[in-house]
Write a protein of this length. Structure first.
Length: 255
């Protein structure tokens, strides 16, 4: 075989590889993923297999692409929001910081455009993001929550604070503040619980700015509600009672 033939074959192989790369890294893959998700979501509304497979893929880039497309589809077909909300919300607890960051921004957009309303699971996920181990995620959560979203819902922090404090601390015995947590959410909350200094500091990243959103009257009302709820808990809330005086916000629940 001549060297010219070899050059042509190598050139063709290089073109094939370039096509493969462009398929997975640029618009080709995105278009294919969009077509697959669209077909599944619209033609088979009760079938979640394909969307779940993409959003739980081992590759974070695939999960991130799937998430963006799923959010875009949800805006076009609003009925998909309720059907796939739990799948979409789990991305806020994804193992990859890039996926968590994307989910945070995408949910913020949906909230700002009134495609979704606040619900306890969503607000709790945003608050957990305030204490994320990744600085970029923490910074985005601060901006999205306190500069964009809470000004539109000024009572949200006040109304949610007591339940959030119970759930983040793992105190699920109280009837008013019990919650069923997904596995990914439970794993994320584990890092915020306990008496270690690191966990306490991470909790303060959540509770301090939330208290900062409240008026003096709302803080007094929150204190009164926590005192009442703790007294009416059927079993002692020992995890709320052991915080050192130097970290007061968690200890106030027992005051």
């Amino acid at each position: 075989m001549s060297s010219r033939d070899d050059d042509e074959r190598l050139g063709q192989r290089h073109a094939d590889l370039s096509c493969e790369d462009s398929f997975y890294t640029t618009g080709g893959f995105r278009r294919w993923l969009l077509a697959s998700l669209t077909e599944t979501a619209t033609a088979f509304p009760k079938q979640k297999g394909v969307t779940t497979r993409f959003t739980s893929h081992e590759d974070a880039a695939v999960r991130s692409n799937a998430l963006v497309i799923l959010f875009d589809l949800a805006k076009r077909h609003t009925a998909l929001l309720e059907r796939h909300f739990s799948t979409m919300a789990l991305a806020l607890y994804d193992a990859a910081a890039s996926v968590r960051h994307s989910a945070l921004l995408l949910f913020s957009q949906l909230l700002l455009e009134d495609y979704v309303k606040w619900r306890p699971t969503l607000f709790r996920a945003f608050c957990v993001a305030l204490a994320d181990v990744e600085p970029a995620v923490r910074a985005s959560a601060q901006v999205c929550l306190f500069e964009l979203l809470l000004p539109r819902s000024p009572l949200l922090a006040f109304n949610s604070f007591a339940g959030l404090l119970f759930q983040i601390n793992g105190c699920t015995q109280h009837a008013q503040h019990s919650a069923t947590l997904a596995t990914a959410e439970s794993a994320a909350l584990e890092g915020l619980r306990g008496e270690g200094l690191s966990a306490q500091r991470r909790r303060l990243l959540i509770f301090r700015p939330l208290l900062g959103c409240m008026s003096g009257e709302q803080k007094l009302q929150t204190m009164a509600k926590l005192s009442q709820d703790v007294r009416h808990t059927p079993t002692p809330l020992t995890s709320l009672a052991r915080t050192p005086p130097s970290l007061p916000f968690r200890g106030h629940a027992h005051a």
